[in-house]
Design a protein around this ligand. Structure first.
Ligand SMILES: Cc1ncc(COP(=O)(O)O)c(C=O)c1O
Ligand SMILES: Nc1c(O)cccc1C(=O)C[C@H](N)C(=O)O
Length: 410
């Protein structure tokens, strides 16, 4: 495989034009969109308008005249096609951790006679922390599923209230079969809560088709909503009228401005809201999602697999000589949109690559992680990135003192 072969793949890529929808720094190969997506074009103008006109000139009237009050629903409607979700089932607000807290409690309340939450030890830590916290609050037991064998029959019984699972694993990018796991959970009468942080915007998600109950996910990774973007929450249509989340703030009330004494949940998914919408962050996510206008998520998935396949082939060819092996599920059905390399000096390796303007990230204890975001990553980026990786290893740059001092955020 030569660089010209990668260039040829870019020439025939039906999604190649989408890269222009992003304002990417010159010469940067950005393989960290699974942590923080880049800036979509149009966002800066939207923020300028929001701050310079809507806030400055129109002030409080903007809640009505500029659609601030409806923003969670507006953004939810843009997310629904990306998640395979039914109309009116998705809203945004809070962090993923808080959405998870609210929907986990709500999920447990759907099965009040059951005492167990099933989850996986390989979760992103916030999921495990929140699950533990909710279990202590509600007096539930956490049962850990080591998910090498699917479906999770061994850990499911009629005491399980909720299975709270990450669809794509943040470390090695292993992807669950959403339909099969949901079915297995339902067979025991439990509900399933999916964390879609590493799925939304990168892989095909079909919440309606899976029959999922509840889902959450963050706005700042493949959805490119900016640092600290609001997260999303999904509630299946069959639960919309009964779902009972615990942070019963006024923005989720049926009539917030009636200022009634008692809480009454809003109709539909709006009842997931708690406090005042963070308008600036939500408007950024709204504008960012325009990058997905007219984009078929199945085509995104096809390109994602082609990119990771190229990455895998090149990394196996070029890096094996240095004892570095790619870690990615070989089975396409079980692969997210990322690839890892395992090596003892993974931290220094990532720093040396950043010095060469190839950005990935380090995950404890020995993983160098690279996300491929099909909207803006080219085949030639993957080719060049692997060439840089080989050059780092050949010159021992990953062991240089300036590359091994840990920063606060990795
Ligand atoms: C699977 C998963 N869940 C949740 C989060 C983060 O949650 P929060 O938005 O609360 O920081 C992340 C990444 O930060 C994640 O990878
Ligand atoms: N949310 C992050 C942050 O505030 C700073 C740095 C990284 C993150 C991340 O999103 C980490 C990410 N969830 C991961 O998969 O590792």
């Amino acid at each position: 495989m030569e660089r010209t072969d990668a260039e040829a793949l870019d020439r025939t890529d039906p999604l190649a034009h989408l890269r222009d929808r992003f304002d990417l720094p010159d010469g940067l190969i950005y393989l960290d969109g699974n942590s923080l997506g880049p800036l979509p074009r149009g966002v800066a103008e939207r923020v300028g308008r929001l701050v310079g006109t809507e806030w400055r000139d129109d002030l409080i009237t903007s809640w009505n005249t500029h659609g601030w009050y409806d923003l969670p629903a507006t953004v939810g409607a843009k997310l629904e096609p990306l998640l395979g979700a039914e109309p009116g089932t998705v809203t945004v607000g809070d962090s993923t951790s808080v959405q998870l807290f609210k929907l986990l409690v709500a999920g447990a309340r759907l099965r009040p006679d059951r005492r167990v939450v099933v989850t996986e030890p390989g979760n992103f830590p916030t999921d495990s922390y929140v699950i533990d916290g909710v279990a202590r609050l509600l007096g539930l037991t956490v049962r850990w599923w080591s998910s090498d064998a699917e479906p999770p029959a061994a850990v499911l019984d009629d005491d399980v209230a909720v299975a709270s699972l990450c669809h794509v694993d943040y470390r090695l990018g292993r992807m669950h079969d959403g339909a099969a796991v949901t079915r297995a959970v339902h067979e025991t009468g439990a509900v399933v809560l999916w964390d879609l942080c590493h799925s939304a915007g990168a892989v095909a998600v079909d919440l309606a088709g899976w029959g999922a109950d509840l889902a959450v996910g963050c706005g700042y990774k493949y959805l490119n909503g900016g640092p600290g973007a609001p997260a999303f929450g999904y509630v299946a249509p069959r639960w919309l009228d009964v779902v009972d989340q615990p942070i019963t703030g006024w923005f989720g009330h049926a009539k917030p401005f009636a200022l009634e004494r008692d809480y009454r949940p809003a109709d539909g998914v709006r009842r997931l809201l708690s406090g005042t919408t963070p308008v600036i962050g939500t408007a950024v996510l709204d504008a960012a999602l325009d990058a997905f206008d007219g984009v078929d998520i199945a085509a995104v998935r096809r390109k994602s697999l082609a990119l990771t396949e190229l990455f895998l082939t090149l990394a196996s060819d070029r890096l094996g000589a240095y004892g570095v092996e790619p870690e990615v599920p070989r089975d396409h059905a079980a692969r997210g949109s990322q690839l890892c390399l395992r090596l003892p000096e993974a931290y220094g390796f990532v720093q040396a690559l950043i010095a060469r303007r190839v950005v990935g990230d380090f995950r404890e204890p020995d993983l160098a992680r690279f996300g491929v975001a099909p909207l803006y990553i080219r085949f030639v980026d993957v080719y060049d990135a692997v060439e840089h990786m080989a050059a780092v290893l050949a010159a021992d740059e990953h062991r240089r003192p300036e590359n091994v001092t840990r920063a606060a955020v990795t």
